[in-house]
Design a protein around this ligand. Sequence first.
Ligand SMILES: Nc1ncnc2c1ncn2[C@@H]1O[C@H](COP(=O)(O)OP(=O)(O)O)[C@@H](O)[C@H]1O
Ligand SMILES: [Mg+2]
Length: 244
Amino acid sequence: MAIAAKPYLQEVSIRPDMDLDYDLYPYNIAAVRELGHLTFHQDVTFFVGENGAGKSTVLEAIALALGYSPEGGTKNVQLSTTDSVSNLYQALRLAKSFRKPSDGYFLRAESFFNLATYMDDVGYLGGYGNKSLHARSHGEAFMAVLLQKFSGKGLYLLDEPEAAMSPSRQLAALAAIHQLVQDDSQFIIATHSPILLSYPNAKILQFDGTGISEVSYEDTEHFAITRDFLNHYPRRLEQLLNED
Ligand SMILES: Nc1ncnc2c1ncn2[C@@H]1O[C@H](COP(=O)(O)OP(=O)(O)O)[C@@H](O)[C@H]1O
Ligand SMILES: [Mg+2]
């Protein structure tokens, strides 16, 4: 039996020889302090958790350790307009497959605007349907990256890709992700989207005050709260808005 090429990124841990200050960012975040050995699904691994739980910090550190720039893009993009990057990437140990992915991308909602400007400046729009990312809505630009830029057999890191997408676009994104997975791709995605989280070939890692633990789709707050609200919204609204 052949050895599987996926997952391209198998595991991430903090190097044991590091001298870390747990009172300072990023080691003061529970998810970082208790990182342990994060093992990834061969298809899709989701990071979920409250705002500020450390999802972006960990995803960014993985991206930097893989050679991406903090603002994202392909590895050819070297764009850093902020100096707020944590040094976590220097402390990470990555376990990788014997096979390198042939494509890759780090997509972050937070800095997508800067990335789009950079693409205009360098005049490289070939992989993006030859149209400036600024000339599309945010959600359209994300879909352009997903559908036109990602070529398969890749390792893709996405931070809140749903940020600008309508629900129907999120469903289309789910289908696009599935196609890429079937074409030997691996994704690591930080998301709040109950639609994206439903993807079946996936592992969901929940970031919270105790660290990082695996959770099933229906046990995520995203699923439970959304379903409860939509099923009972008149009553839930009354409770929310009429609270003293
Ligand atoms: N550059 C920074 N310096 C200090 N604290 C930071 C920095 N970036 C993020 N933080 C803090 O780290 C925590 C985790 O942030 P982040 O990883 O962005 O969370 P998430 O993506 O899960 O919402 C937050 O409390 C945030 O305020
Ligand atoms: Mg974030």
